[in-house]
Write a protein that binds this ligand. Structure first.
Ligand code: MN
Length: 302
């Protein structure tokens, strides 16, 4: 528990107000422009631009805004100059760190003509967008740019995972999405392929050797890739929407609320599933190799 105070520009304060809109409470605080509660953190924003975060991991939440780069995208030593303006395939994945829900990978092709429309839609770093914004944006992005997406359900994940570690699985999925997308846009060729980095380039290339149709040319790897090209930002939003929809659908199917992430709430909900149908049933909803499984078993035994 702690308190972190940051200062935002008028524009950023507006963005924050929009982002926290679903979490705002009606509580009125003098001089506050909004007051919100998210994941146990209270956020009080003042008209002056000062924003106060209080609660568990409040620093991380504040960092999201403090470190936020202007939408213009950054320059990087590893990328060709003017990279953000080039015709690029960008790929990203979501769900890797969540106990429940699928692993989703998506690659998007965004050329110069797509950049302005994507910007106008409000495409940016998905960490700066709340769930309802993501769910509204994803179908619009899909209508605008060529993309390829692959979804590994928890059940499938559990079948593959003993042989394929998570990194190798991701390499296979990114490569397949990129390869399919290259086929789709053929004869158009992107000026580069930017993968939101999840492993060392050497590791990626090592696992790539096991793939049937490896895409090896013109690859760039960078963490926080969504800040360097809108193609990655768009791919990330499509992934996140797919993940959220799938989690919701699976929650409805089993009648148990499945949270995202891998915290204590996940253990608790997993224990309920074990009580209902054992680990066998859980295997349809959760990535079993996470530590949560053992914790959930213990809770279920109580
Ligand atoms: Mn990523």
């Amino acid at each position: 528990m702690g308190t972190t105070v940051i200062k935002l520009t008028k524009q950023k304060l507006k963005e924050a107000a929009q982002y926290y809109q679903p979490y705002t409470t009606s509580r009125k605080i003098p001089y506050a422009s909004f007051f919100a509660k998210k994941d146990g953190i209270t956020i009080t924003a003042y008209n002056s631009g000062k924003v106060m975060f209080q609660g568990p991991n409040e620093e991380q939440e504040a960092l999201l805004w403090e470190k936020a780069q202007p939408a213009k995208t950054k320059k990087s030593a590893g990328l060709p100059s003017n990279f953000a303006q080039k015709n690029i395939i960008g790929s990203d994945e979501v769900g890797n760190g969540s106990y429940f829900g699928p692993l989703v990978v998506c690659a998007v092709y965004a050329d110069k003509a797509h950049l302005d429309p994507l910007k106008k839609l409000g495409v940016k770093d998905s960490k700066m967008l709340n769930d309802s914004q993501i769910l509204k944006l994803a179908p619009k992005i899909k209508g605008l740019v060529p993309y390829q997406k692959l979804v590994v359900t928890p059940q499938k994940y559990n079948q593959i995972q003993p042989q394929y570690n998570a990194v190798r699985m991701k390499v296979a999925l990114h490569n397949q999405c990129i390869q399919r997308l290259l086929e789709e846009i053929n004869p158009t060729k992107p000026e580069g392929i930017l993968i939101d980095q999840f492993a060392q380039e050497s590791t990626y290339r090592k696992y790539l050797k096991d793939e049937k149709n490896p895409v090896t040319q013109n690859l760039y790897f960078i963490t926080k890739g969504e800040q360097y090209h809108l193609a990655v930002a768009a791919a990330s939003i499509i992934c996140r929407a797919e993940f959220l929809n799938s989690l919701k659908q699976q929650s409805q199917e089993i009648g148990i609320e499945l949270p995202s992430g891998a915290g204590a709430q996940s253990d608790k909900q997993a224990a309920k599933i074990i009580k209902k149908g054992g680990v066998e049933l859980l295997a349809h909803y959760a990535k079993l190799h996470f530590k949560n499984t053992e914790k959930a078993k213990k809770i279920a035994e109580r």
